[in-house]
Ligand binder design. Structure first.
Ligand code: IFM
Length: 443
C-alpha cells in the first residue's frame, strides 16, 4: 500500500439533503413540496415516505456531534425551500429560518465549515402547480428565496451552492417520471427544466452577490463522464448526445454561457435571446457529485435515442451502478485540462450497499470502505497531478430517504434504524474519520 497525503486545509466531510433526512414534514409551518405529493400518490418503490426519515429536524444536535467526532471540517446540507416559504413565494415562515439558524450555529460551534445548498429537489408544490421547472416564471421566486435565506444566514455561512444536480431534476422529474413531480414530458421537457434551472441559478447568484461580499458562490452538478459501449459510430454519437444532456447543459451553461449545439433539434424556442449571458456566472467553487461513468449506446425510441450500454465493469453497488474510481480522476483532470482548472470539490461520492448488522450491533461495510478508499485515492492522485480540488465530502452522513427507492437503499456512513432512529457509525465512518484526522489515505 502506498500512502497519499492531502494538503493542510483540505476539506473533509459529508453531505446531506433536507428532504432526505429532516422528516417533520408538517412541523412549524412547513408547506408541501412535490416529493410529498409524489409520495402520497404511491410512487415510492418500498411504500415508505420521508415523513419521519432520520428525524434530523429534531435530532440535529446528535448529527452535528457525529460530524464533529469524525473530525470533519466541512458539512454540506440543504435548506428546505418549503420551510422558508411554505407556498414558494410571499410570506416567510420565521420558524423555518430559525431552524437553520440554530443548525448553523451548532455546526460552527463544532469547528465545521457549513456549506449550504439552496435547492436539493424539494420544490414547493404551489410553484409546481404554476408549471414548476417547465416555466420561466420560476426564476424570480428562486432568486427571492435565495435573497431571503442569505439575508439571514450569510453572516455565518460563507459557502453557498445554488442547485444540486439539475440534470437529475430535469431527466427524472420531467423526462422519465421516476422522481417528483413525475412527468414524462420527453426531450423538450427535460431541456426546459434544465435551462430554467440554469436561469434561476444565474438570477440567484446575481441576487446574492448584489447584497453580500466575501462569499464563496457556486453550484453542484452530478457529472458523469460519458463513453460509448463500443466503436460503432451510432453509439459514439449517442454518447456525445447524452454527455450534452447530462453534463454539458448545466456545466457549460454556468461556466461558459453555452448551450450544446448537438441538442438544438430538441430545444426549439427554449433558449431565448440574452438567456445564455444570464446563465453564465463566474462562480468561485464548483461542487462535483461523482458516482460512476456512464456507458451509452444508440437505441431508437428512447429519450434522445440513447440507452444504457454495457459498462464492462465487474464491481457494482446495490444501486446497480458500476464502481469506477478512475472516472473521478478523469473528471478532475478534464477540469484541469479543458476548463482552466477552476476550484472544485467533491460534493458527493458514496455508495449504497446491503449492510448487515452483526450480532454485536456493528456494521462492517467493507465494500463501502473499499469504495471510499478508491475514490479518495483517485482525488489524491488528481491533486498530485495538479488538479485544483479543495475537498472531499462523502454521500452521505446518514442512511436516508433515497427518493423513488424510499428507505430501502442505504448510502450512510452512519446507519439509521428507522424503527428507533438510533444512529450507529459503520466501519466506513471510522475509515473516513481516520483519513480526515490524519490527512492520509493508504491506497
Ligand atoms: O441521494 C442522492 C442525492 O440526493 C443526490 N445525489 C445522488 C444521491 C444518491 O442517489
Amino acid at each position: 500500500m502506498a500512502a497519499i497525503t492531502f494538503p493542510p486545509g483540505f476539506l473533509w466531510g459529508a453531505s446531506t439533503a433536507a428532504y432526505q433526512i429532516e422528516g417533520a414534514i408538517h412541523a412549524d409551518g412547513r408547506g408541501p413540496c412535490v416529493w410529498d405529493t409524489y409520495t402520497a400518490a404511491g410512487r415510492i418503490q418500498d411504500g415508505s415516505s420521508a415523513a419521519v426519515a432520520c428525524d434530523h429536524y429534531h435530532r440535529w444536535p446528535e448529527d452535528v456531534a457525529l460530524l464533529k467526532d469524525a473530525g470533519f471540517n466541512a458539512y454540506r446540507f440543504s435548506i428546505a425551500w418549503p420551510r422558508i416559504l411554505p407556498t414558494g413565494t410571499g410570506a416567510v415562515n420565521a420558524a423555518g429560518l430559525d431552524f437553520y439558524d440554530r443548525l448553523v450555529d451548532a455546526v460552527l460551534e463544532a469547528g465545521i465549515r457549513p456549506m449550504a445548498c439552496l435547492y436539493h429537489w424539494d420544490l414547493p408544490q404551489p410553484l409546481e402547480d404554476r408549471g414548476g421547472w417547465q416555466s420561466r416564471e420560476i426564476v424570480g421566486p428562486f432568486a427571492d428565496y435565495a435573497r431571503i435565506v442569505t439575508a439571514r444566514l450569510a453572516d455565518r455561512v460563507k459557502d453557498w451552492m445554488m442547485l444540486n444536480e439539475p440534470n437529475v431534476v430535469a431527466t427524472h422529474g420531467y423526462g422519465t417520471g421516476e422522481h417528483a413531480p413525475g412527468h414524462q414530458f420527453g426531450e423538450a421537457g427535460i431541456l426546459k427544466a434544465l435551462h430554467h434551472q440554469n436561469l434561476a441559478q444565474g438570477a440567484a447568484l446575481r441576487a446574492i452577490a448584489a447584497e453580500h461580499s466575501g462569499l464563496t458562490l457556486g453550484t453542484v452538478i452530478n457529472l458523469q463522464p460519458c463513453r460509448a459501449e463500443d466503436d460503432k459510430p451510432e453509439n459514439a454519437a449517442a454518447a456525445v448526445r447524452w454527455d450534452a444532456v447530462w453534463n454539458r447543459v448545466a456545466l457549460d451553461g454556468v461556466l461558459k454561457g453555452e448551450f450544446p449545439a448537438v441538442l438544438a433539434p430538441y430545444a426549439e424556442g427554449i433558449v431565448q435571446p440574452g438567456d445564455l449571458e444570464a446563465v453564465r456566472y463566474p462562480i468561485d467553487l464548483l461542487g462535483i457529485n461523482y458516482y460512476s461513468r456512464m456507458t451509452m449506446k444508440h437505441e431508437a425510441g428512447r429519450l434522445f435515442d440513447v440507452w444504457w450500454g454495457d459498462a464492462h465493469c465487474d464491481r457494482w453497488t446495490a444501486m446497480a451502478w458500476p464502481v469506477q474510481p478512475d472516472g473521478l480522476y478523469d473528471l478532475l483532470a478534464h477540469f484541469r485540462d479543458d476548463y482552466g482548472n477552476p476550484a472544485v470539490f467533491v460534493a458527493e461520492n458514496g455508495a449504497a450497499y446491503d449492510d448487515v448488522v452483526e450480532a454485536d450491533g456493528r456494521i462492517h461495510d467493507a465494500e463501502r470502505v473499499a469504495f471510499l478508499r478508491d475514490h479518495v485515492a483517485a482525488v489524491g492522485r488528481a491533486l498530485a497531478d495538479g488538479c485544483n480540488v479543495k475537498g472531499y465530502l462523502c454521500w452521505s452522513l446518514l442512511d436516508n430517504f433515497e427518493w423513488g427507492f424510499g428507505l430501502s437503499k442505504r448510502f450512510g456512513i452512519v446507519r439509521v434504524d428507522y424503527d428507533t432512529l438510533a444512529r450507529t457509525p459503520k466501519d466506513s465512518y471510522r475509515f473516513l474519520s481516520t483519513v480526515a484526522k490524519s490527512g492520509v489515505v493508504e491506497a
